[in-house]
Design a protein around this ligand. Sequence first.
Ligand code: RUB
Length: 313
Amino acid sequence: MDPFEFVEESARKIKKMEVRGAAKIARFAVETLKKFAELIDRDFDKNMRWASEVLLNTRPTAVSLFNAVNYVMDYSGRDDEEKKRDAIGRAMEFIRWVDTAREKIGEIGAKRIKDGYVILTHCNSSAALSVIKTAFRQGKDIEVIATESRPRYQGHLTVKELSEEGILVTLIVDSAVRYFINDVDCVIVGADTITVNGALINKIGTSQIALCAKEARVPFMVATETYKFSPKTLFGELVVIEERDPEEVAPKEILNLRNVKVRNPTFDVTPRDYINLIIGAIPPEMAYIVIRERLGYTGISYEEIKISARHFD
Ligand code: RUB
């Protein structure tokens, strides 16, 4: 296998959303870097930098990708052999972080789910589903309402996953959330990014759901790992919201009409005032502490942004 083609193929899979969801993207990027590190036999630093650039230039919004790549790229060593060993070790640590974090979030979040709850979820978040499945496995009698999550219908993945688990689930169109919100006991969604001021960036439509939930006094919870907190926002950088091809939203005959524009933003921003809890029992106001303590960013120097955390959750 040509290592360079392998990285380009992985990047293509992320771009085309064959691999999607913030946690899966992060894990996949790290697996790719690990394999690449194993395969290359010269110019380790230069080649690893190239591979990380290619992977970072795939989807701009989920900070998990940036944190994951940076975590591996923080390797050190006196020569290429040592650097390679360290990079591979860091990649394996990150993969373990992803896997154990999902489980822990499930356990912590399930404490918030009571017997008889109806839970609304949006898109297809492995962290949110970990909470729901854990609660169900604990014997709680729960039901889920899942939005279809247009235009890519990640809601279909969610209902398949829940159906396989034996959980009763109702699929609704995104615009039916307000119609059903009074039947709901809590909303649980995942995260692509959490900013330093505690705002959530997640699948387009999340913020409308949060607004509905607030109006109806339904708790709105976010299931997220600490590697989805954005150190870049500590330095005032704005999160780039990906805008995908309009063809995902409308057919050619609509796209070709005169005076018609079709736009397809993939994520939106939910302000922290609409969030009751970040699972892990973190109030959104604590985002800065998480970025400082867990990810090791102090806000002193933008040039030095590197992940040095050894405490994974
Ligand atoms: C996925 C999405 C998910 C988050 C969290 O968007 O918005 O809610 O990534 O998922 P897309 P997870 O399908 O465009 O990648 O909890 O699995 O990281």
